[in-house]
Design a protein around this ligand. Structure first.
Ligand code: SF4
Length: 409
């Protein structure tokens, strides 16, 4: 509404004149917390409401005619500005209920029913030649339609020229920084001392300036503080982990390494690929695979007992296996080190934490048997001519962050 302040209109239509939109008041202030402004005797929320009220009335008085539309149901109330307007009119006309809203309704299909695409022989041939990764298989398990848009249609999000930093940009930044910093410990025991910390933090500062400082402008310092704090916590955690007597790190074997193995499942050869963030040799002689996670979406298969009861359908695999990432890493790395104990973990970098693939609830041989059977099922379903790429919108969170959500409505 601010942008209308110098304009006059013939017709004005205000939609969503509901509380929480009109006025739209922020619950928290990112720079100066409300507590601080309150202590200074400034009520920012009240000022903001007054400003929006002024703009609302200015917009109405600038127009020859105005239509105000709001939604009314158990979860939504009409705007307080509208209540005021109605109250003034009722007082003027001397009658409660003098202003009556015209009611309108329409049937709305929130999502188009059953969007799905079939396969042609050519598509099947292309799919058989595809090099599958844990990410592509997980995408199919999450939603076959999303897989279709990504790997068959190869639709990509247009790179937005905005000043926002996306979660995946932070992920790439951290992965690159850790690879660069730890690379001189390859085939050596990592030592997280003061010199190493200084080097990592100085590389962080330099890289941050190049990647984000210009893009974010004056607000960059907030992101920098948060990332720096997390990096420092990670280095503390890593320092402890490297020093452990039995499970300490003896040497780093490789970082961000890409492998392209083949996988034969039920007589069919599939091309696979995976990139491991880091593989360590531990003091007890075992192999430890690490998958850094900068976001919240870190999943591993459920406990073996739960997997024992699962059905071999995509929906059940989605619910129980959840992600093929650790099973795929484990399977191929174990092939390289058949004599050694191997474990894998998701390494959460927000609050440094390891989530182990093999723990007390996991019978690894049985879990891997079920994971491979599930992978077999999914890969065969992907290349099966009779199976369609159907939409799975059962998880609202996935759809919310899906780049194709507008194509699904
Ligand atoms: S919006 Fe949801 S249903 Fe549509 S493609 Fe994305 S994940 Fe699938």
């Amino acid at each position: 509404m601010l942008e209308t302040r110098d304009l006059n209109f013939k017709n004005v239509i205000i939609i969503e004149a509901n509380e929480s939109k009109l006025p739209a008041l922020r619950k928290s202030a990112p720079l100066v917390p409300h507590e601080v402004t309150r202590l200074l005797g400034i009520d920012m929320a009240l000022r903001e409401e007054e400003l929006q009220r002024h703009l609302f009335y200015r917009l109405l008085y600038s127009a020859s005619s105005a239509h105000i539309i709001y939604e009314e149901n158990s979860g939504k109330e009409r705007s307080r500005f509208l209540e005021e307007l109605v109250w003034h009119e009722e007082k003027r006309l001397g009658r409660i209920g003098a202003i009556e809203a015209r009611r309108a309704s329409f049937n709305a299909e929130i999502a188009a029913p059953g969007i799905e695409f079939g396969k042609t022989e050519e598509i099947c041939e292309m799919l058989k030649k595809l090099r599958f990764s844990a990410t592509s298989v997980n995408t199919y398990v999450e939603c076959p339609l999303k897989f279709y848009y990504t790997y068959v249609m190869k639709l990509e999000e247009k790179e937005a020229l905005t000043s926002d930093v996306e979660g995946n940009e932070i992920g790439i930044f951290i992965h690159e920084l850790l690879e660069k910093s730890f690379t001189h410990f390859i085939n050596k025991k990592p030592v997280i001392n003061d010199d190493f910390r200084k080097d990592v933090l100085s590389s962080f500062e330099k890289q941050f300036k190049v990647e984000f400082a210009k893009k974010l402008g004056s607000s960059a310092f907030l992101l920098e503080r948060v990332m720096r704090h997390r990096l420092e916590s990670f280095l503390d955690f890593e320092s402890e982990r490297c020093r452990e007597v039995e499970s300490g790190v003896k040497e780093i074997l490789y970082l961000e390494q890409k492998f392209k193995p083949g996988l034969k499942l039920s007589g069919t050869d599939f091309d696979m690929q995976y990139v491991v963030d880091r593989v360590d040799l531990l003091e007890d002689g075992s192999i430890f695979i690490l998958d850094y996670k900068t976001g919240l979406d870190a999943h591993k298969p459920k406990a073996t007992k739960k997997l024992e009861n699962m059905e071999f359908t995509r929906a059940s695999i989605k619910e129980n296996i959840r992600s093929f990432q650790l099973p795929i890493y484990y399977y191929f790395e174990k092939e390289k080190y058949p004599e050694k104990n191997v474990n894998a973990a998701l390494y959460g970098l927000r609050n440094p934490k390891l989530t182990y693939f093999i723990d007390k609830n996991v019978d690894i041989d049985r879990t891997m048997e079920i994971c491979l059977k599930s992978l077999d099922y999914i890969l065969h379903e992907i290349v099966d001519l009779s199976k369609t790429f159907a939409r799975d919108n059962s998880d609202p969170e996935s759809c919310r962050y899906c780049p194709y959500k507008t194509m699904c409505r």
